[in-house]
Design a protein around this ligand. Structure first.
Ligand code: PMV
Length: 345
């Protein structure tokens, strides 16, 4: 019985370290929720999760860099507590961890106590796929702790289920990109839902600008849904055009045609503005980047605050300076082919 268990579940360990990259969406956020294609790339900043076996069956979660500078909360008459503003991110991070652990426990009938520590090299809840990275990392680390070996696709699928239950609506874009790594063409309606894109010239020159985000991904997705339900004859064609932009962008990325990729990013931004997910700060960032020499710039992720990306090969420092001059933080990002990884040692 013991041998059979070990053969099926592998040999379980007591300390597991997993890291997963963040991601930026080059094309197609929001539209991907309605089945349109999108293009996203894993980036060279990672979320790290450490899971250590406990002697009991309790789960203890520690999020080291989610510091809480005060909090805003709403107490409703039914006794429920809702955290607001920046404080919400802490609750959100805990919800992704909790659901990831529950899914593994339910699916594989295991119950192991664990101390789970999360750190992030990038801002959380800002459009860089950190929720997905936390979800797939915890799925991988907790399952390994229980002696279960899941491959990248399985981690992506379970990570997607975590996002779906926490957010209510989600696409597979984030969980697939962070688990698999590389630049991916995500096509929810195709038989092969994702494919790697090879860029002829190497995809360099990306800058990320970050401003605070108040609204969560779930809230922004819900806002677009309401807008679409209200005026489908207007919003549906906008969503379809976002899909067309992503289809065309794939050929330009393969060819390494940065001018045209930039032009399509700007069109994508216009469409995101039209469906109502930009803010005045995000638009200011987008234009600051373009004025400093970016070939294209747009929101990445759900919007309502958070991050923008700019494509500025050879002008990265000018674009970062322009973003910092308007009071937002900025950093360079490079695509990485490294998806989820178990760190040895
Ligand atoms: O802001 P993020 O990184 O959570 O990205 C959300 C992307 C959406 O397309 C808006 C939602 C989704 O699940 O694809």
């Amino acid at each position: 019985m013991l041998i059979l268990y070990a053969a099926f579940h592998g040999v379980s360990r007591t300390l597991i370290r997993v890291s997963t990259p963040g991601k930026v969406t080059l094309f197609g956020e929001h539209a991907v929720v309605y089945g349109e294609p999108a293009i996203a790339t894993a980036i060279d900043r990672r979320v790290r999760v450490e899971a250590e076996r406990r002697g009991d069956d309790l789960i203890r979660i520690e999020a080291k860099d989610l510091t809480l500078a005060g909090f805003k909360a709403l107490l409703s008459p039914n006794g429920s507590i809702t955290l607001e503003g920046e404080s919400k991110k802490v609750l959100a991070a805990i919800s992704y961890v909790k659901r990831a652990v529950e899914l593994i426990q339910e699916k594989y009938s295991v119950k192991r106590g664990a101390h789970i520590v999360i750190t992030s090299e990038m801002p959380v809840g800002a459009g860089l796929g950190t929720s997905a990275a936390v979800a797939v990392s915890v799925v991988k680390a907790y399952s390994l702790l229980a002696g279960i070996e899941l491959n990248k696709d399985e981690c992506a699928e379970l990570g997607y289920n975590v996002e779906l239950s926490v957010q209510g609506i989600a696409s597979r874009m984030d969980s697939t990109t962070v688990a698999v790594g590389g630049i991916l063409y995500i096509d929810p309606k195709a038989e092969k839902t994702y494919e790697g894109i090879a860029c002829r010239r190497g995809f360099e020159g990306l800058v990320v600008g970050y401003t605070n985000r108040e609204a969560s991904t779930g809230e922004m997705v819900e806002r677009v849904k309401r807008f679409r339900d209200d005026v489908p004859e207007i919003v549906t064609p906008l969503i379809n055009v976002i899909g067309e932009v992503a289809r065309k962008a794939r050929t330009y990325i393969e060819a390494g045609d940065f001018q045209r990729i930039g032009a399509l990013m700007n069109i994508n931004q216009g469409l995101l503005e039209a469906i109502g997910v930009s803010t005045s700060k995000l638009s200011q960032m987008v234009y600051a980047a373009r004025c400093a020499g970016a070939l294209g710039s747009k929101i990445t992720g759900a919007g309502g605050g958070g991050c923008i990306i700019a494509l500025a090969p050879g002008k990265e420092y000018e674009v970062m300076a322009a973003l910092r001059a308007i009071g937002v933080s900025a950093f360079r990002a490079s695509p990485t082919s490294d998806g989820i990884k178990v760190e040895e040692g």
